[in-house]
Design a protein around this ligand. Structure first.
Ligand SMILES: [Mg+2]
Length: 361
């Protein structure tokens, strides 16, 4: 079966989370990174949202420079950028939630960083189906998490990664095998991982700037001039990459939440919805052949007070029955005065299986 690989990259992740959670930030340029200290700050930008990028502010730029660009924009009558320090814990939790969802949709998932992942989706069989799946994933991330992701799909990780960067933000780029070369040829040699500014300069000296140019050199010449790197470039410039998807980080949890149309304390309604969540989590667990050891639940009241309860079992299990019994035991006290003395109405419920064994490949 030919491989179909997906690369998903969240757009301006840290900044997007802040924008989502702090409405006052919406529509403003946001720079996440070190404290600019009025232009004297040290350190760099970690993420900038797309409005800030219009000012020339981007990842890895010195924060003092970002401050200067923002002040210049301000002098031109544009809005000043908001500088924030990264909330890594929040981003990690968000990433875990997104990847826990993603793993239920794909064959194998490799989480590559806090906000990007590769997935093998070969079982969908065709690029048309892959496109449908990518759209479904993007829509879900938008509606459930209030965030956008860019997705690239291709015959291997190299192409999927380059494709996900092609139409950022909120992009979807599909490169089936027969389009790989046309896609790569006009691009700068810099898109090849391993070709940095120095290698780019070396190549420019022999008048090679694009992938097409790089392909004009035969393998012997490349190896003679650049050693082992040369043979790597030879393959990558032809879109060849057989690196496997490796599950290198455990998904920390699989969970599901439900927000009621109207806040409620009707136990029948709450338990019904809760059982639906349990079934959905059970399906994900079964599909991925994962076992769990901890069951956690979450309750958010109408005043937004949010409480969680969890129980860690003696042994790993994948039993739907255990998940149901344990999670109901954690939930029920919230439906009466035991854990809800003021009888507050409930806005949201959630269930989560945590402490997982790694998914089987
Ligand atoms: Mg990203």
């Amino acid at each position: 079966m030919p491989r179909i690989i997906m690369h998903l990259d969240m757009d301006a992740f840290f900044a997007a989370i802040e924008e989502r959670d702090k409405p006052r930030l919406r529509g403003r340029p946001i720079v996440i990174g070190a404290d600019p200290m009025g232009g004297r700050g040290r350190g760099v930008v970690s993420t900038a949202n797309y409005l800030a990028r219009e000012y020339g502010i981007k990842s890895a730029l010195p924060i003092s420079r970002a401050w200067k660009y923002s002040q210049q924009a301000k002098a031109e009558g544009k809005p000043e950028a908001v500088f924030l320090e990264p909330n890594i814990k929040k981003a990690e939790e968000e990433g875990d939630r997104i990847f826990s969802y993603l793993i239920t949709k794909v064959d194998t998932l490799q989480v590559a960083s806090i906000d990007e992942a590769y997935a093998d989706i070969s079982s969908v069989k065709t690029y048309k189906n892959a496109e449908e799946l990518a759209k479904e994933i993007k829509n879900h991330i938008k509606s459930k998490f209030g965030l956008t992701a860019s997705i690239g799909i291709g015959p291997n990780k190299l192409i999927a990664k380059i494709a996900s960067d092609e139409e950022k933000p909120d992009g979807l780029t599909i490169i089936p095998p027969q389009k790989v070369q046309v896609f790569l040829d006009p691009k700068s040699v810099r898109i090849i991982p391993g070709i940095g500014p120095k290698a780019e300069e070396e190549l420019a000296k022999i008048n090679i700037k694009t992938i097409k140019g790089l392909r004009s050199l035969n393998k012997e010449t490349l190896v003679k001039k650049f050693g082992k790197r040369g043979s790597d470039w030879y393959e990558k410039s032809r879109g060849q990459d057989d690196n496997p998807i490796t599950v290198d980080r455990e998904i920390k949890s699989i969970g599901k939440e439900h927000t009621f149309q109207k806040d409620t304390l009707d136990s029948g309604e709450i338990i019904d919805s809760f059982k639906k969540l349990i079934r959905s989590v059970t399906r994900s667990i079964a599909k991925k052949q994962i076992k769990f050891k901890t069951v956690a639940i979450k309750v958010r009241f109408s005043d937004f007070q949010t409480l969680t309860r969890s129980k860690t079992l003696k042994e790993y299990t994948s039993s739907a029955k255990v998940l149901e019994t344990e999670s109901l035991q954690l939930l029920l006290p919230f439906l009466d005065s035991r854990s809800n003395p003021k009888r507050k109405k409930i806005r949201l419920i959630g269930i989560r299986a945590e402490n997982l064994t790694a998914p089987l490949k």
